[in-house]
Design a protein around this ligand. Structure first.
Ligand code: AMP
Length: 301
């Protein structure tokens, strides 16, 4: 990955491009044309190997693959990191090009939210808990931007990471409720060798903070090991995850929920998503593991 990133930034500096860089809805529509199989990977940029795994899959499965890079203001709360969010357009474009993406869509805020735009897509119950409770309005911003991207790009398939599990379920639910003509493809979480889930926000972590952030994945893996040993009591699984994760600081939530509804499981967890959120330094990190269910089964929900 490091070699790839270095090579990519060299070719970016040299200004060599085989990827179409699209910045307006009009340019996008012209490039899109009326027909053809298209895979979309929506991102906020500062790309890492997690994003690139989605891109590589989209490239593999599609006639043409397109990634969008848009730091979406409406999904950030007023006290959140919209302005500070890491941005590195030249490197991102080089990485997408190397991964075989046919095009990148990098709209301005005005392209996505024209003057006076106050139309929003407000998700229902699936968005009420966990991230939705911790970040009021977040999933309204997510649904609104994803719906706009779907309408602009008209992809055949759209690729989303398990890393943002509730986002994936919120988008799947929106697509079903609004009968959107796109297939949502869930993709596994990519982790560093030591278990930390890759995230653009890991860039905020100092070396010591990164070391304590490892407690998040350790907590989730502890719950998964307990489940694999036959433990099915949701409260015990929650305790296993929270106990180990608390070494990173006090988690905002530790959840053992039904993967379909994201409601907390009170009794027996034959299948579950174990998820948690924790602040480490100035980064707010989230992670999850899925138990008793595959991503293919999730895709079919
Ligand atoms: P973001 O740029 O954070 O909005 O993420 C764009 C897409 O990449 C979302 O579908 C994320 O779930 C996905 N993603 C982010 N991190 C990872 C990861 N470590 N592994 C797999 N997918 C990821």
């Amino acid at each position: 990955m490091l070699d790839l990133a270095a090579a990519a930034s060299r070719s970016a500096r040299a200004g060599v491009r085989s990827i179409e860089v699209l910045r307006t809805v009009r340019e996008l529509r012209e490039w899109r044309g009326e027909t053809g199989d298209l895979g979309l990977v929506p991102t906020m940029g500062a790309l890492h190997d997690g994003h690139l795994s989605l891109v590589e899959r989209a490239v593999r499965e599609s006639e043409r693959a397109i990634a969008s890079i848009f730091v979406n203001p409406t999904q950030f709360g007023p006290a959140e990191d919209y302005r500070a969010y890491p941005r590195d357009e030249a490197n991102d474009l080089a990485l997408l090009e190397r991964a075989g993406c046919a095009a990148a869509y990098l709209p301005s805020v005005e392209q996505i939210y024209p003057a006076g735009d106050d139309t929003r897509i407000v998700p229902g119950d699936i968005a009420a808990r966990l991230e939705g409770a911790a970040r009021p309005g977040h999933f309204t911003g997510v649904c609104t931007v994803v719906a706009k991207l779907f309408e602009m790009v008209r992809p055949t398939r759209a690729y989303f990471g398990q890393k943002d599990f509730q986002q994936l379920r919120v988008v799947q639910t929106m697509v079903r409720h609004l009968a959107m003509d796109v297939r949502v493809v869930p993709c596994p979480t990519v982790r560093a060798d030591d278990g930390l889930a890759l995230s653009s926000r890991n860039a905020y972590l100092s070396e010591t903070e990164r070391a304590s952030a490892l407690a998040l994945s350790r907590g989730l893996f502890a719950a998964r090991e307990a489940w694999q040993r036959g433990e099915r009591d949701a409260a015990v699984l929650r305790g296993a995850a929270g106990g180990a994760a608390s070494a990173a600081g006090r988690p905002e939530y530790v959840s053992v929920a039904d993967p379909a509804t994201l409601r907390e499981i009170a009794g027996r967890a034959d299948r579950a998503v174990v998820s948690l959120a924790c602040r480490v330094g100035r980064a707010r990190l989230i992670d999850n593991v899925l138990l008793g269910m595959t991503l293919d089964e999730l895709a079919a929900l």
